[in-house]
Design a protein around this ligand. Structure first.
Ligand code: GTP
Ligand code: MG
Length: 198
């Protein structure tokens, strides 16, 4: 599939405001500032399709992109979780909308879990794997910002995460990634194809 044809479809504050729940959706989830929006831009080969920021908490809505005019194939940029500086009540509200989306979105066929290779497997990441497991939803893990580590250190991080997630191995796949260097983009395309092509 041609991910470079992706274009902005809509933003939704809640599950109820998301577009019709048909076709196939793949959502990018992960901790605030992990690099989800940057990963979407690297994967779609566009500079500013998804808005990125140095300030954690940039993405506050469910942002939905279609592959060209095909509204039945969608990529979704989710708000990051775990950002401490947002007021508690707002945080709980985001968390609830996110949880609704993850549990109840029927067209959601795969999750891309984005983790900073230097800070993988936070409590929230593990919660997310539980939710995916409940739904039998496959998860592709991007250990991103791999450019921040030397090659050997990045490889070690990958091995460590693999072994810590052995119990989920039927559900998940894992790779190193860098939006900055566009490392690993082809592998993500293949995974997305496997979910989106049928
Ligand atoms: P929220 O929307 O706040 O949840 O964040 P996000 O997960 O969408 O992160 P975003 O893509 O906005 O990136 C956060 C910061 O990390 C930005 O300053 C990016 O430039 C930087 N960043 C993202 N990916 C990479 C990468 O692969 N390498 C490097 N070096 N920096 C990256
Ligand atoms: Mg974002």
């Amino acid at each position: 599939l041609k991910y470079s044809t992706a274009r902005f479809l809509t933003s939704a504050p809640t599950l109820a405001k998301c577009p019709v729940d048909s076709g196939v959706e793949v959502a990018f989830a992960g901790r605030s500032n992990a690099g989800k929006s940057s990963a979407i831009n690297a994967i779609t080969q566009q500079k500013a399709l998804a808005r990125t920021s140095k300030t954690p908490g940039r993405t506050q809505l469910i942002n939905i992109f279609s592959l060209g005019d095909d509204v039945d194939r969608r990529l979704v940029d989710l708000p990051g979780y775990g950002y401490a500086k947002v007021p508690e009540n707002i945080k709980q509200e985001w968390q609830r909308h996110l949880s609704d989306y993850l549990h109840r979105r029927a067209s959601l066929k795969g999750l891309v879990l984005v983790m900073d290779v230097r800070h993988p497997l936070t409590e929230f990441d593990l919660d997310l794997l539980e939710v995916a497991d409940d739904r039998d939803l496959p998860v592709h893990i991007l250990l991103t910002k791999a450019d921040k580590l030397k090659k050997g250190a990045a490889k070690n991080a990958l091995q460590q995460v693999r072994s810590r997630l052995r119990e989920w191995e039927d559900l998940i796949s894992i790779q190193l990634f860098s939006s900055l260097k566009r490392q690993g983009v082809e592998d993500v395309h293949q995974r997305l194809d496997s979910w989106m092509e049928d």
